[in-house]
Structure formats: structure tokens, C-alpha cells
Design a binder for this molecule. Sequence first.
Ligand code: HAM
Length: 422
Amino acid sequence: MNIHVPRGTEDLLPDVTKKWQVIEEKLNHLAQVYNYKEIRTPIFERTELFQRSVGDTTDIVQKEMYTFEDRGGRSLTLRPEGTASVARAYVQHKIHGSPEQPTKLYYVGPMFRYERPQQGRTRQFTQFGIEAIGSASPAIDAEVMAFAMECYQTLGLKSLKLVLNSLGDQESREAHRNALIEHFKPVKDELCQDCQNRLEKNPLRLLDCKIDRDHEAMKTAPSILDYLNEPSAEYFEQVKKHLDAMQIPYVVDDTLVRGLDYYTHTAFEIMSEAEGFGSITTLSGGGRYNGLIEELGGPDISGIGFAFSMERLLMALDAEGVELDKDESVDCYVIAIGEEAKYASSKIVYQLRKQNIKVDQDYLDKKVKGQFKAADRLGATYAVIIGEEELNNGVANVKNLKTGDQKSVEIEKIADEIKTGF
Ligand code: HAM
């Protein structure tokens, strides 16, 4: 039997990778415009990192991690997300000591979650994300959301919705937590096993449950917004004011809790409203994490960020019919006629490439007609034709395939001729 990719993973063939390249180029540019610098962290980390940051009672840590023991008996995990690693690196390298604060970082790379594969949900997916660490200003919350929206807008997407909530500070969360426990206690037995287990430990997770989503008690659950203390409510107001100032539309949804434990204050998601996008409409998610850096052994410094997967971005582009075009045609194709000319062809191709000219030649012993066809298929503007007679005279025929014009050119001068164009 042939071997296929593991379930929940996929090969990206050149007709897809070319779209990725267009996207990555635009995102790299956008990161520069917003003054974020790239960070690359390992694909696996110590398991404890995710237990302590993403949270022991989350679905990600309880059910979805690819965890293994290495030959030295250490428990390692393929990263399920990027924030924990960035926060770890920030603490490990004492980046908080650098004068450039907040530290604004971005990353692109594969993440792994053992989830049930479906459209928009794979076991290996590629996240693009940013983290701004070292500022507790509501202005940077707004900047991160503006960046998140811009990622999609710069690619031409329009049917987007920014959904916003506040999870408050520690005190507000504690008050809400107690209210949630009181609310769900009477119906505990009607909830799924996970929810029953989480009720005392982390009741916020109940609001994120996929099984009990339609339970009556979910609809009447206490809203976090009613439990925000004065500073948290004020912080939320200021975040909204910054968004208003930038004229970025949003809707507040007090049921948005996110699936990771490190969030405080701002939490947000961007949804696609495009018809035919599919059942999972969340394109990206993020929020503020005020205790995370400290939890990982760093100072009491807060951060905010967001991430999305390239896979869901591509789905949104498809749903909205946005084409990403990249010119992959070659400038030139070298056509050799006869055995001896093949050596000259290799030489010419090599020389032209050194001059940055996109060029290719035949490796299948095709006849002249076949080589012209290949040149056409590759979109070549010029063909360089070299036969025995040209070889003897140290020249080649350079033909502009678009106009039909041709010239005899000294072999050493072909690059100049093509660069100048005729
Ligand atoms: P998250 O909501 O778990 O947040 O994931 C962010 C995004 O990653 C999702 O909105 C989705 O685009 C993509 N994603 C997640 N799981 C899958 C999957 N199985 N298949 C395809 N795409 C997926 C985080 O990961 C946080 N680290 C975001 C963040 C950064 N918060 C603060 N900073």
C-alpha cells in the first residue's frame, strides 16, 4: 500500500505554495510597517511550558497535545501555539532588560494539535502571530487588533467581523468565577464529564464547551462584563475608544472567552462573514495576558498578541474569490539542437542565471519542436537557440517569443541583450 500523509496534515504543492509566498511577503511587509521584528523559536518545547501557560484544564493541554518522551526521558511537546514560546524566550533572554519596549515580535510556523480534522481544522497548521510585550497601554491592544484586521484587508478580504470582549483583571475574574460556580452547581449532573471536572477548577472553560453549548444554563450564565471592577471596566472603555478613534468597527460579545487560560482584559476574534466559508468561522484570535510572563519566571510585565492560521486565511480568500497571482514564468529558455550544442546550452544557462535571469533548458532530450513548446509552457519571453552552425561561430540566435523578432548574438553578450530587451 502507498504511504500517505498522516491524518490532519497536508502537502502544499507549488500551486498552493506560490499563494503562501505572496501572503508571507505581504505579512512580512506589514510587520515592518507596524514595527514588529521576527522571532523563531523551536518547534518542540518542554511540556511544562504549555501546562503552565495555556493551562492544565484547557482542551489543548488535556486532549490535543503531541507529547512524547525523548531518548533522555524528558517530556517534550510539539508546540500547539506560539505565545507560550515567545513568552518563554522573552524571559529566558531577559528581553525586558532591553531599552526597546514594548518588545514587538512576530512569528510564522507550524503548530500541532490533535484535533478531529475537518475543514479549517488540521493537526498541523501554520500560524502567523504577533506579540507585543512590555506595555499595559490600551493603545497597544488597539494596535494589535488593527494589525490583525489589516492582515486580511491587505490581501483583499472584506467580509470580516471583529468581536471583542474583556475578561477583566484577576479580581474581576475571581468574582465572575464564583458567580459561574454558583450558577452551574445546581445543574452539574446534566453537564458533560469534562464540564463537571472543570466546574470547581476553572468554570470559565465551561463557556467554551462544544458539547454543552446548547444547555439552557449556558444561555443564562453570568456575563463577565457585569463583574468587571472599576479599573477593568475603565481599561475596556479605553481600548474601545482607541478603536473608535481609528474607525475600526467591532462588536462586543460577552460570551467570547477563548480556549486558552492566560488571557486577562482584552480578548478578541476575527470572524469571516463570507458566504460558503464553512462552519468554523473564526479566522484569528488573540488577547492580553497580564500574568503570563511572571508565571514563566519573568517580571510582572504584560503582553498582548494574536494569531491566525494560514489555512483558514486561504479558506477565506477562496470564499471571497480573491486570487493571489505570482508571476512564475521564466525570462528565457535555451534550446539546443544537436549533441554538441547541449554543452553550450548548459554553459549559457549557467551564465544567464549568474546574471539573475530566470532561465531553464530541456533535460528530456526533446526535439526542437518539443523544446519550443516547453518554452511556451513556462511563459518564456526569449528563446536562445543554439545549433551546430551557431556553435562554430560562437553565437546563438536570441528570439523574442512574444514579437517573433530575432537576432544573432555573441554567446558572452546574451545576458546583456536579454536585460536590455528587444
Ligand atoms: P487560538 O485561538 O488557539 O489562539 O488559535 C489562533 C488561530 O489559530 C485560530 O483562530 C485559527 O486561525 C488557528 N488555528 C487554531 N487551531 C487550528 C487548527 N487545528 N487548524 C487550523 N487552524 C487552527 C492562539 O493560538 C493564541 N496563541 C493566539 C494569541 C497570540 N493570543 C495572544 N497572542
